[in-house]
Design a protein around this ligand. Structure first.
Ligand code: DQA
Length: 147
């Protein structure tokens, strides 16, 4: 299976951005780990990051017919973007929502996710390991559902 790992706004700054919240692992390290872990699972991983809501929507649209599923950390757009939610609902691809931090243990405005209602599930609070956990879950899901 081909899988897209999509990261949203400010995640390009991982490693230096509030390391006490998000850890010291850089986005390049996260993406390399996703490629390696994906390969071990037999997944072909493509990684993409954008700070722009429309570019993330375009990437979700373009994933249809190309990728079997998406691991998505939409950053702060998680809490604001009905447009991203609609894009996910439109392409009917399995999406696993990831957050490095435990959004439910943080400010109230981070407790709401527009991604969660259209995602297979949500993984948060486990730092960069969350991406690997999401790839595990996506692999299992894709192996179980008929094509
Ligand atoms: C985040 C959590 C969001 O609330 C925040 O806006 C981010 C990162 C996370 O990975 O923990 O940018 O998605």
């Amino acid at each position: 299976f081909s899988v897209l790992v999509l990261n949203g706004p400010n995640l390009n700054l991982l490693g230096t951005r509030q390391p006490e919240v998000y850890g010291s692992t850089t986005l390049a390290m996260v993406e390399r780990a996703c490629a390696a872990h994906g390969a071990a699972l037999g997944l072909d991983v493509t990684c993409l990051q954008s700070n722009h809501e429309g570019a993330l929507i375009d990437a979700i649209h373009a994933a249809k017919g190309v990728h079997a599923g998406i691991v998505l950390n939409a950053g702060a757009y998680t809490h604001t973007s009905i447009a991203l939610m609609d894009a996910i609902a439109s392409v009917e691809l399995p999406v696993i929502e990831v957050h490095l931090s435990n959004i439910h243990a943080r400010e109230a405005f981070r407790h709401t996710s527009y991604i969660a209602p259209v995602a297979l599930g949500q993984i948060c609070g486990f730092g960069a390991q969350g991406y690997n956990l999401a790839l595990d879950a996506l692999k299992k899901h894709l192996s179980e559902v008929p094509p």
